[in-house]
Design a protein around this ligand. Structure first.
Ligand SMILES: Nc1ncnc2c1ncn2[C@@H]1O[C@H](COP(=O)(O)OP(=O)(O)OP(=O)(O)O)[C@@H](O)[C@H]1O
Ligand SMILES: Nc1nc2c(ncn2[C@@H]2O[C@H](COP(=O)(O)O)[C@@H](O)[C@H]2O)c(=O)[nH]1
Length: 213
């Protein structure tokens, strides 16, 4: 580890939003493979897709349980999206950030706004755009995880989600996946170096100034 990387800092929240099918999950999976990020695993009332694993992609819960957790204050944010309820469990977020680890979130614009209200300084928000709406449809159809009805509903909802692009710190057009992934890595690298979240910097500078030249 370099000296720069060894300086203590608070973890950051990397928040990704996009219309359904623009590539958040794919980019998140690639980021997680780098090994130095945790995933915030949401709770949802949406039925599990064939490719999804309980506790890995989501915690799939009943509506009663979701409302119970929400009313007990267990969720940092929550929203209804495409007719289902989704929420971010609060405790893992607090523990991860306090431990100096970064966390990636796949949440919609409503969730992003709630997180920004509560934890602005910890959040780095990134909106992922598709290169075109035609390509968005192609990706949802090629993914073949949702019914035609669900895909059509998501394409209708895409316009509203895209309408919130300008609430985000960064915007990436995910045309070429490698290019989008490199852009995301650059954002992460720069945000990790931000002075305000590097809690060990003052001590490092004090030690530096105490040294003989
Ligand atoms: N740059 C790209 N070029 C071509 N296909 C892509 C690209 N990025 C992602 N895909 C593909 O598009 C499909 C949708 O991507 P993904 O599931 O990551 O979207 P998402 O934004 O997470 O959608 P949702 O909000 O519905 O979960 C996947 O099959 C994925 O492999
Ligand atoms: N506000 C929140 N939005 C969430 C959360 N987890 C996922 N999402 C968003 O829901 C849609 C649909 O996701 P899908 O997995 O059903 O395709 C997408 O926009 C996600 O970003 C959450 O915890 N809070």
């Amino acid at each position: 580890m370099t000296v720069d990387n060894s300086i203590r800092r608070r973890g950051l929240m990397l928040i990704l939003s996009s219309p359904s099918g623009a590539g958040k999950t794919t980019l998140t999976r690639d980021l997680l493979q780098l090994g130095h990020l945790s995933l915030s695993i949401s709770v949802t009332t949406r039925p599990r897709r064939a490719s999804e694993i309980e506790g890995v992609h989501y915690h799939f819960i009943e509506k009663d349980e979701f409302l119970f957790q929400r009313d007990r204050g267990d969720l940092l944010e929550w929203a209804e999206v495409h007719g289902n309820l989704y929420g971010t469990p609060r405790k893992p977020v607090e523990e991860t950030l306090a431990g100096g680890r970064d966390m990636v979130f796949d949440v919609d614009w409503q969730g992003t706004l709630q997180i920004l209200e509560k934890m602005r300084d910890d959040a780095v928000t990134v909106f992922i755009l598709p290169p075109s709406l035609r390509e968005l449809r192609t990706r949802l159809e090629r993914r073949a995880e949702d019914s035609t009805e669900v895909i059509n509903q998501r394409l209708v909802n895409a316009r509203e989600e895209i309408g919130h692009w300008n609430a985000y710190d960064y915007v990436i057009v995910n045309d070429d996946l490698d290019h989008a992934f490199r852009a995301l890595q650059s954002i992460l690298a720069a945000e990790r170096l931000k002075r305000l979240r590097r809690t060990g910097l003052a001590g490092f500078v004090n030690d530096l100034l105490a040294q003989e030249g």
